[in-house]
Write a protein that binds this ligand. Sequence first.
Ligand code: 5AD
Ligand code: FES
Length: 353
Amino acid sequence: MTDQLVEKLRKDRDLSDSELKALIEDPSHDAALTQAADEVRRQWYGDKVYLRGLIEFTSYCRNDCLYCGLRAGNKHAERYRLSKDEILSCCKEGYALGYRTFVLQGGEDPYYTDDMICDIVRSIKEKYPDCAVTLSIGEKSRKSYERYYEAGADRYLLRHETADPAHYSKLHPQNMSSENRKRCLWDLKEIGYQVGAGFMVGSPYQTTDNLIADLRFLQELQPDMIGIGPFITHQDTPFRDMPGGTLELSLRMLAILRLMFPYALLPSTTALGTIDPSGRELGLQSGGNVVMPNLSPVKVREKYAIYDNKICTGEESAQCRSCLEMRIKSAGYRAVTDRGDVKRSGSAVNTED
Ligand code: 5AD
Ligand code: FES
């Protein structure tokens, strides 16, 4: 039996607020939603899953987001920084393994000046001109974003976290604002980056209306990438006793995103894999088409603890390409190593390339 709401969302890439609310709150649409999301991802991207080599290069952060284990106020967190040489050797290893995108992610760490970031980006692009460099280093001035772009950065990930200013202020300290977060995203887009936004599913105090506001904001921004994953508690944060986001709602939101943004690059995130052993595969089957395995040196991995029980070895490891490929294959897809830039128009894919 066809599901009217799901078919409407597939066709129009949009629904009214009350229709979205029904889809978000009523699990009876899930089977149809997942199936439609998978059909649409196959129309646009075939069975390809893009791999991004993630380099978590600093666990220092000047911010104090209430949900995050790396928050400055967490005195139990072990901190580390990678040197330029260490970052380059992660890239070297990643390149040999077939990775063609490197994601440099870190807390907001003033130790790395704009000059240093530009120097690192330039060096990676010089050594690996066929690779994309993605930065994910938080809120900066427009000038800084321009400088990184000129140095060769191609993409930037900055989750908006929640589009509702009142909800935002419950998750962040007073010196941070939803307004500045959005300003950053608009700046990044205007400068020419491929931009990734996103939010946590089931973050403390989140309502269905908040999720709808997130979808509306994404419709305005039209990002190339959208990263979502369940909120997971971290014992050394003020949200230690809050309930976490569920697998069901995370997969449902992923499928809704695929139907609203058929062209988008949607990672099946580590957080999904953390709350369920099959989370990563289920994410791919609900519309996800990107995985970002960890290329960071094994010795620092467990220190990048944004939430409890974060996977840091085993199947998460970028070094074990064959395990990763097997898992992707078992889910019904194919890991590919090209840069995987966003497909903005046309829906026919050549699945042989
Ligand atoms: N649970 C899940 N995701 C989290 N993030 C930060 N803390 C947590 C947590 N406790 C997400 C945020 C951030 C991204 C890097 O990780 O959305 O943008
Ligand atoms: Fe580091 Fe939020 S705690 S950006």
